[in-house]
Write a protein that binds this ligand. Structure first.
Ligand code: NAD
Length: 495
């Protein structure tokens, strides 16, 4: 069995580890039992400035490195992640409380992402452009945007980073990464793997910290792209900050995704999909299927079957094979979830399962929450409108397809959605009408390196994964060459 190995927690700037200033550190604890794991730097604005300078210097030569060489390095990084995946998974589980079998899958998925973008690194073709004038030659080239700032959330640090770092490096950008202060350890561990893979000094820089670091990263005009995953409120703050510098931003924010079960669905699969949507990872995923919309004719049976599974979910140590739900990531997160549960009562929803902290004296002193299901949730209520980011399911009945679509689209979010039906026409019809970045049909929480992912409305903008992700880190240059050797009229535009 793999034993926990804590990484070097110092920041990485220009291939050097920055000594910790013990007056400015953030304590990292494990949500499993509240134990102390590490101290990490709370970066100052000056340190962030240094990291961006290092990335800027490294870009001067990195932009000339061939796509095939970038691909070779990305493949090596993927191999190293695979080789160290048990260690990385255990570290991430200890840091954020997610099940070990989930973080193990995410480590392999991260490696898959690096490989996918390695495959794209030497295929960043431009076009030749056929203009109207015969005596012209016009072409486009796709150039890296320069320094990319990559800021991630705590719920899936390895995977969220791979979503950004793999396309950024494939595109030829240098980067400054900032993981969440709540779960920074696998990102800091990756610093060693990046060096071992052979990336040149300064191509990947890693800073840790909170607000000061975040603000410094998102107000620096030298940056070519900010890619952020996190909450809507922080996304809005970053959007406002970036408006000052006009640095383009990719925002991967929250969700209130609807899992819609029609009367003709395969109920075994739909029930499993609903459970996967909300209780996997304790509901702490942006794509959580936190709203179950179910046809009136099958609502009682479907809800009771999900409730039956929820009541028997094994809560405990996320490192154990038998555990199905671990703790939520922090005591603060637990408090937020319980306060939203309380709001649901006030809004008149009916509690069917859970609603509190597990009554199990053998659980360690971590932040645990019971799987919770509310029924009769009004579409306009807070539970149906606001992201909980915890294991709380809101069940609402619908009577026909039109109503299901209207309720599904009736929030400020638009990240993901699930459709459960055996009717092929209905599946396509509903998929077309849903205002969401991802629609899953007869499945839920299915991610692929090749498939673009992202949100609409308050779930954000821009895409990660898939070839679309490269566009976030590239810009198009147009080069027009006049082949005519003629002298033009200087006072009229040539068109
Ligand atoms: P958060 O917004 O609190 O923090 C995210 C990151 O932003 C952290 O690294 C944090 O230090 C940094 N940050 C905080 N203030 C900042 C500022 N003013 N400027 C720059 N950076 C700043 O989010 P969180 O609590 O870590 O994550 C949970 C949220 O993330 C949920 O809403 C969830 O839905 C969302 N999320 C979205 C996706 C997606 O792909 N759409 C994936 C995972 C999580």
């Amino acid at each position: 069995m793999t034993s926990l190995s804590l990484p070097d927690t110092r920041m990485l700037i220009d291939a050097s580890r920055v000594p910790l200033d013990h007056g400015r550190t953030i304590t990292v604890t494990s949500p499993i039992d509240g134990s102390h794991l590490a101290e990490v730097a709370d970066a100052t604005a000056a340190q962030v400035h240094d990291a961006i300078s290092a990335a800027e210097r490294a870009f001067v030569s990195w932009r000339k490195v061939s796509g095939s060489e970038r691909a070779r390095l990305l493949h090596r990084l993927a191999d190293l992640i695979d080789r160290n995946s048990d260690e990385l998974a255990l570290l991430e589980t200890t840091d954020n409380g997610k099940l070990l079998r989930e973080t193990s899958t995410q480590a392999r998925f991260a490696a898959r992402n690096y490989r996918f973008f390695a495959g794209a690194a030497d295929k960043l073709y431009g076009h030749t452009v056929p203009l109207d004038g015969w005596d012209t030659f016009d072409y486009t080239s796709r150039e890296p945007v320069g320094v990319a700032v990559l800021i991630t959330a705590w719920n899936s640090p390895m995977q969220l980073l791979a979503n950004k770092l793999a396309p950024a490096l494939a595109a030829g950008c240098t980067v400054v990464v900032k993981p969440s202060e709540i779960a920074p350890l696998t990102t800091l561990r990756l610093a060693n793997l990046v060096a071992e893979a052979g990336f040149p000094d300064g191509v990947v820089n890693i800073v840790t910290g909170g607000l000061e670091a975040g603000v410094a990263l998102t107000t620096d005009p030298r940056v070519g792209r900010i890619s952020f995953t996190g909450s809507v409120a922080t996304g809005q703050a970053i959007g406002r900050a970036a408006a000052g510098t006009l640095v383009p931003v990719t925002l991967e924010l929250g969700g209130k995704s609807a899992n819609i079960v029609f009367e003709d669905a395969d109920l075994d699969r739909a029930v499993t999909g609903a459970v996967a949507g909300i209780f996997a990872a304790g509901g702490q995923t942006c794509i959580a299927g936190s709203r179950l919309l179910v046809h009136d004719s099958i609502a009682d049976i479907v809800t009771e079957r999900i409730a039956d599974i929820a009541r028997r979910i094994i809560i405990g140590d996320p490192r154990a094979d038998t555990t199905q739900m671990g703790p939520v990531a922090s005591a603060l997160q637990q408090e937020r979830i319980l306060s939203m549960v309380n709001d649901a009562f006030v809004d008149g929803s009916r509690l069917l399962v859970g609603g509190g902290v597990p009554d199990n004296p053998s659980l360690p002193a971590g932040s645990y929450v019971q799987p919770t299901i509310f029924t009769e949730v009004a579409p306009e209520s807070r539970l149906a409108q606001q992201e909980v980011f915890g294991p709380v399911l809101a069940v609402t009945r619908f009577h026909d397809e039109e109503e299901a679509i209207a309720i599904a689209n009736g929030t400020e979010f638009g990240l993901a959605s699930g459709v459960w039906t055996k009717d092929l026409s209905r599946a396509h019809r509903v998929a077309r009408e849903l205002v969401a970045g991802t629609v899953w049909v007869n499945t839920y929480r299915y991610s692929a390196a090749q498939a673009p992912f992202g949100g609409v409305k308050r779930s954000g903008y821009g895409r990660e994964r898939g070839l679309e992700a490269l566009d976030e880190y590239l810009r198009t240059k147009n080069v027009l060459i006049d082949l005519s050797d003629t002298v033009r009229d200087p006072f009229a535009i040539k068109a």
